[in-house]
Design a binder for this molecule. Structure first.
Ligand SMILES: Cc1cc2nc3c(=O)[nH]c(=O)nc-3n(C[C@H](O)[C@H](O)[C@H](O)COP(=O)(O)OP(=O)(O)OC[C@H]3O[C@@H](n4cnc5c(N)ncnc54)[C@H](O)[C@@H]3O)c2cc1C
Length: 456
């Protein structure tokens, strides 16, 4: 069947769009996640237009083969991984910023536009595209919408879905659906737009996105505080937010994370530092007062030191440690990055529980993340060449999700379900919600060809 499928794709789309070279297919068969299977694709289509996507889905339907939409493949849940015999449908060539309307404060983009590129272009017009996943220099807006990605400044500005106003989506049968609106308000019909946000390529292929923009924020003031006890830092987060703070960034690194970063680059943390909090405020009228309030809460919880940056360069230095968390883990082997979000009042119990899980399985688990949202990224470090270590790491990873659910949280705050967490979704949703999800899937994709094996 592959030969017929490839011939049909090539005849319709041209050889420059359809790739069948086995090495190229293998290179494109997976995202950045560990422990996620990747099958052998039949073809890779590098779509140039909505018409190419329509043609691909029509041919896939005719041959009954699965389609796996792909952005930049930076995903951390196996969502963009190939399944056997599938068409990989890459949207990265559809990378045009169609329009920036400064008056209406919106941008219309194709799905392959890289997040940072959109941010830079709108900044030139005094505007701000807020969602800022740490992968912003490589991940695409289409992938960000399909995973409902978050990031550092989401604590104030919300996640990707909060900024999506309208979509163009190619459905499984090749028809083109337009959802949503350009206007600031609008309630006509069901909110189909947000049905597709976070659907991870299982309901349709997103081919155009209209996003809301904010006015460019004022330059932020930043402070950092160290603690000997990570629970104290977590209590600061809870108390500070409960007092009504609106920081534009509120990040936490636990002691093991600080040790890993310090081994990678000496940023001057005293050995044994138990936790680091970083906070920014971009409120033009209140930033200094916000940081003073933060320092006051830190003092109440026995911070060992609170430093307030005097300028933008110093602010950059204070949050450099957070930026180095990913690179600092690379020399250690593989890291299975979790993504649990818990209520802020449960943050201390979560971070302490994560450490206990790591100790009980004899694996290093670091814990850093978007503490202001309660969204932490425990990183389970292991040697991929050691099967016993990998099995212990996987067990720890699973128990961390269980702990998150016990504490009233969710198994994924921003990375999505993909195949990595598909077996856990039923535990979080319960039978009624799971059945409703299945009915939605059946309505949009009755043949089950869109990204099968992911999410549900
Ligand atoms: C170093 C690093 C840092 C990261 N930091 C963050 C972070 O701070 N916050 C965060 O939320 N995530 C983060 N991630 C995860 C990842 O970058 C996000 O999930 C991102 O949104 C994926 O975008 P992508 O273009 O790479 O999509 P891909 O990985 O290619 O795809 C992701 C999912 O979306 C689907 N998809 C992609 N494009 C489309 C489309 N046009 N239509 C329909 N479905 C589509 C795919 O099928 C897949 O299920 C990070 C990853 C890395 C490697």
């Amino acid at each position: 069947m592959s030969a017929g499928l490839r011939a049909a794709l090539t005849a319709e789309l041209g050889a420059g769009v359809v790739v069948t070279d086995a090495d190229v297919l293998a290179t494109n068969a997976r995202d950045e996640a560990h422990f996620c299977p990747a099958g052998v694709p039949a073809a890779l289509v590098r779509a140039r237009s909505t018409d190419d996507v329509v043609a691909t889905l029509r041919i896939a339907g005719r041959y009954g083969v699965p389609v796996v939409p792909q952005g930049a493949r930076t995903g951390l849940s196996g969502g963009a991984n190939a399944v056997d015999g599938c068409i990989l449908l890459s949207l990265t060539r559809m990378a045009r910023i169609v329009e920036v309307d400064a008056g209406e404060r919106i941008a219309v983009v194709q799905p392959g536009v890289v997040n940072a590129e959109l941010s830079r272009v709108v900044a030139e017009q005094g505007l701000f595209y807020a969602p800022d996943p740490a992968s912003w220099e490589s991940s695409t807006i289409g992938g960000n919408v399909a995973t409902n990605a978050g990031g550092l400044c989401c604590v104030k500005y919300g996640v990707t879905g909060d900024k999506v106003r309208a979509l163009e989506v190619v459905l499984a049968d090749g028809s083109v659906l337009r959802t949503g609106r350009r206007t600031a308000k609008g309630v006509a019909g069901d909110d189909l737009t947000h049905l597709f946000v976070g659907s991870e390529g299982t309901l349709g292929v997103i081919t155009e996105i209209t996003v809301a923009l904010d006015p460019a924020p004022a330059p932020a003031l930043t402070a950092a505080a160290t603690f000997s006890d990570v629970a104290a830092a977590c209590h600061v987060v809870d108390a500070y937010m409960a007092a009504g703070a609106r920081p534009s960034l509120l990040e936490l690194m636990d002691g093991p994370t600080i040790a890993v970063v310090s081994a990678y680059r000496d940023l001057g943390f005293p050995p044994g530092t138990g936790a680091l909090l970083m906070v920014s405020s971009d409120d033009p009228d209140r930033a200094a007062a916000d940081l003073a309030a933060f320092a006051e809460v830190c003092a109440r919880y026995d911070a060992t030191e609170v430093v307030v940056a005097q300028d933008a360069a110093e602010a950059d230095l204070l949050i450099e440690g957070r930026r180095l968390v990913g690179p600092a883990h690379e020399p250690l082997g593989a890291s299975l990055v979790d993504d649990v979000c818990v209520p802020r009042r449960a943050l201390a119990r979560f971070v302490q529980g994560v450490a206990a899980i790591g100790a009980s399985h004899d694996v290093l688990v670091t814990c850093a993340g978007h503490a202001g949202d309660g969204n932490m990224h425990p990183g389970v470090v292991f040697d991929p060449a050691d099967p016993a270590a990998a099995a212990r790491a996987h067990q720890a990873f699973e128990e961390i999700m269980g702990l998150g659910l016990e504490l009233g949280g969710t198994i994924t705050g921003e990375h999505g379900i993909g195949s990595l967490k598909a077996s856990w979704l039923a535990r979080e949703l319960g039978p009624v919600s799971l059945a409703a999800h299945r009915r939605v899937k059946d309505a949009f994709d009755p043949e089950g060809l869109l990204n099968p094996g992911k999410v549900l």
